[in-house]
Structure formats: C-alpha cells, structure tokens
Design a protein around this ligand. Structure first.
Ligand code: PLP
Length: 479
C-alpha cells in the first residue's frame, strides 16, 4: 500500500475503478430510488458523527459509508421526477470532468497561473456570447452561481452610476441609488443591494401583469417618482425566467426605458438563459444583446453540477472599474498584454476553480444541438403537464407555463375547505412519498404546488406519474 496522500498509480487505478463502479450503479439506480428517503437529522448525525480520525481508514470502508449513508440519504437531484426548486441533475460527463479538474487543481486566478484554463474560459465565454447574441467586445467569467453573478452585475452597475463609491464608500454618492426589479425577482437581487451597501430597501418592486411579467409602465412611473424625490435611479433588473413561474419580462421595452433614463440594464437569466439553445424560445431573447450585464447559470439549465454560474458584461471597462485591484504580490512582471490578464479584475473572487472544464467537456461531448433538444424536451414536458391539469376536473393551473416551470394546485369542485392548507398538506405527502418531488410558490396570494423540469431524463410518462402521485396524496390529505 502506497502513501495515503500521494497514492500510487496502481492504487489510484484500483480505487478509481471502485468509485466509477459506485457512480455508474448510482446513475443506473436513480429512477428506482425514492427522490428523497427520509432520515431524521438525529439519525443522520448518529450515522456520520465520530471522533476526528487520528489514523486513516481503508477506502472500501469509506465507500460503504458513502453508499449506505451519504448517497442513500441525499435528495437525488438527478431523479427524473425531481421537480423541486431549480435543481440541475448534473451530468455524468461532468462527474468524470470533476475528477480531472481535481487532479489538475488549477487555480484560475489569472493567465499566468492557469494558461490553458484561462484560454478555455475565454472560449466558453465566447460560446455564451454567441448563444445570447452579444457583441464581440463583451466579456465575462464563471462565478459560483446566480446569486454571485447578480451581485457582480450590480456591483458593476453601482460603480458605473456612482464611480466614487468603489473607493470612498456609499457616503460618497451625492444621491441615494435606487434599483428596480419586478415583484417576482429572485431574493439574490435584494441581497446584493444589501451587500453593496445600497440597502435592500433601495430595490423598488415593479408591478407585474397577469402573466407575472414586469409592467414597463409601472417601472417608468417608479423611476420618475424617484427622480422627483431626489434619488438616483441606477439600474433595472429584468427576469429572463423568474424563479417562481418562469415568467420572462418584456426585455425590449425595459431596455428602451433603461436607455431613456440612463439606467444600467441587468438581466437575471440564471434559470432561463439556456432556453436560448431551444428553437421554440428564441423570441424571448430579443433585446438581450443590449443588456449591460447578464447572470446565467450553467449549473441550472445546462445540467452542470452545482458551483458554476456566469456573469457577462457588455463593456469590459465597467467590470474593471468595479473590481480591478493592484498589489505588489499580484503584479504581473514581463508579460505581454494578453498574458497579463487576471480574472480578479472582473469579479469578486481571487482563487477560482477550473469551472470552464466541465462546461467545455459537456458542450463538446454533447454538442449544442443535443443540448437544445434536451432543453426543448423539458419545455414539452412542462406544457404536457399543463395540458393534463387543464383536462382534469380536480386540478387547476395558477400560472401559465412560459419555460419549464409549472404551478398548479388541487382544487376539486365543491371543496368547501381552505385550499392553501389542503395543498400544503398535499406537498408534504408528495415529498415524503418519494416517487415525485415538488416545491412550492405563492402566486397572487395563493399557495401553489410548483415544479421545474430541468432534467434530460424526464419524459412525458414522468409527468403522468407526477399527476397520479399528487392525486393519491390529495386523497390521503382528505381522508
Ligand atoms: C432567477 C434566479 N436568479 C438567481 C438565482 C440564484 O442562483 P444560485 O442559486 O445559483 O445562487 C436563482 C436560483 O434559483 C434563480 O432562479
């Protein structure tokens, strides 16, 4: 047996085979597993806790704990009927890529630290620009996820509209800044405003229409009122796929208002951005090229494992104004310009994992056509479910299906009780049942059962099973 830290090639191959076998069996068993097998926090703690190990443990023993406890009691995001939240299933090719990524252990701070990884990230960003129709000058980088991408975009907005704030703090801003986002915007927008020192209350909630899309007239009304009151309207955030219902805000109209009032235009496409590869969704992307910044998440609808978000900027100079730093310990010596490139000048992080590798592997391995088919099939499944609900006499839709999210509730004729309470009970029963997994949303004040199809394994048959599962849960809730 070789050193447990250095591991000989022979041991690595033997262990690698055991791990690959475990992963392959896991994928094979996904559809047969409950989406989530319940175990109490106390039971899980008891199965995992123990004193800090002083000596090492043999790998087979560790793999048994991985298989019997860690794998078993995970919520299986790759299950074909995992519809909760915005959960990527992950992709087997990325499971392999993650092994290469960890072996290389590139720290993608700058070109000189990771030359090929940096160039690969440029290639990946170019593909995303092409996908979204952004200009050649636009730039961007991978970040940890959508929240961080929204934060980075709004940090660039803040420095563009109040340049002194970056060095001198928010007190340097002559007028308090205001941001605008629809009442359906993700909480990461408010959170970013808080972290940027603008205050969560600086985000004004713009009303939505009957499809839960931002009402541009209300946006303009709020901007004018803030101007009159002495505020500095700084940025507007449009949703390209809201988290609750998948609504897509009217991008061209919002872009026009942003242009007229000098607002930074940020698009939160964390969920919906990869609908761009689905032919039926191209029309949603009109006007996207005019955005100053865009958040999108390969770890959502590009099926990559958690930890891969992306922010794009129309003008690289605006990102540099917000983030660039000088220090002797990062000074680049004797390099030509392209080799002096540093990611820390464009985003919040210094040390960064090699996120472009899995992105590149998946795109190269599957191809944009196959990825587009998978995204399109997710949309077909969501629309099929909507049709099943509309044809039923005991369910109703609470919002139209725009992309791959569906919101509905059990609403039998002549039910005299409280529908919110009934559907909350149903959700609990479905989640504990394990055959399908939904989450929840509140739509126009009503409790909704909410699902998001985000898995290339999901078929129309799964949507039929889901409806049966919910119907069975409803019967149990009423019993
Ligand atoms: C529209 C939208 N924006 C932002 C986020 C935040 O993304 P992340 O969880 O990657 O931080 C989400 C997450 O679901 C989202 O749906």
């Amino acid at each position: 047996m070789s050193d447990t830290l250095a591991l000989s090639a022979q041991d690595l191959r033997a262990f690698g085979e055991a791990v690959t076998d475990l992963v392959a069996s896991y994928y094979d068993s996904l559809a047969e597993r409950p989406v989530l097998e319940h175990a109490s926090a106390a039971a899980l703690r008891a199965a995992l806790a123990g004193p800090m190990p002083i000596e090492g443990t043999a790998l087979p023993e560790l793999l048994a704990t991985v298989r019997d406890v860690i794998l078993r009691y995970s919520r299986h995001n790759g299950h074909p009927r995992m519809f909760g939240y915005v959960a990527s299933p992950g992709a087997p090719i990325a499971a392999l890529g993650s092994m290469i990524e960890a072996a290389l252990n590139a720290n993608v701070t700058a070109w000189r630290s990771a030359p090929s990884a940096t160039e690969l990230e440029f290639v990946a960003i170019d593909w995303l620009k092409e996908m979204l129709g952004l200009s050649g000058k636009a730039t961007g980088l991978f970040v940890s996820g959508g929240s961080m991408a929204n934060f980075a975009g709004l940090a660039a907005a803040r420095s563009a509209k109040a340049p002194d704030v970056v060095r001198r703090g928010v007190a340097a801003s002559v007028r308090p800044l205001r941001l605008y986002a629809s009442e359906e915007a993700h909480f990461s927008i408010r959170k970013a405003a808080g972290m940027l020192g603008l205050g969560e209350d600086a985000v004004r909630s713009v009303k939505t229409d009957n499809r839960l899309r931002m009402d541009p007239a209300d946006l303009e009304r709020l901007v004018r009122a803030d101007l009159d009151a002495g505020y500095l309207p700084a940025a507007v955030v449009a949703n390209l796929g809201t988290v609750a219902t998948g609504a897509v805000d009217p991008i061209p109209e919002i872009a026009e208002i942003a242009h007229r009032y000098g607002l930074w235009f940020h698009i939160d496409a964390a969920y919906g951005g990869f609908a761009a590869v689905a032919p039926s969704c191209r029309h949603f992307f009109d006007g996207v090229g005019s955005a100053d910044s865009i958040a999108l998440d390969p770890h959502k609808w590009l099926y990559l494992p958690a930890g891969c978000g992306c922010v794009l900027y129309k003008d690289p100079a605006t990102a540099r104004a917000a983030f660039s730093q000088d220090a002797e310990y990062i000074r680049v010596i004797g390099r030509e310009r392209s080799e002096a490139f540093a990611f820390w000048d464009y985003g919040p992080e210094l040390s960064r994992p090699f996120r472009a590798l899995n992105f590149w592997l998946l795109f190269q391995f599957a191809g944009a056509r196959r990825l587009g088919e998978a995204v399109e099939q997710n949309i077909v499944c969501a629309r099929y479910f909507e049709q099943l609900v509309k044809e039923s006499n005991d369910f109703e839709m609470l919002a139209p299906v725009e992309l791959s999210i569906f919101c509905f509730r059990y609403a039998p004729k002549n039910f005299a009780g409280h529908l919110d309470a009934l559907n909350e009970r149903i959700l609990g029963i479905v989640q504990r049942g394990g055959s399908s997994y939904l989450s929840n949303a509140r739509i126009s004040g009503r409790f909704a059962l909410r699902g998001c199809v985000l898995n290339y394994r999901t078929t129309e048959r799964d949507m039929e099973i889901l409806l049966d599962d919910v119907r069975r849960a409803a019967a149990e809730a009423l019993a």
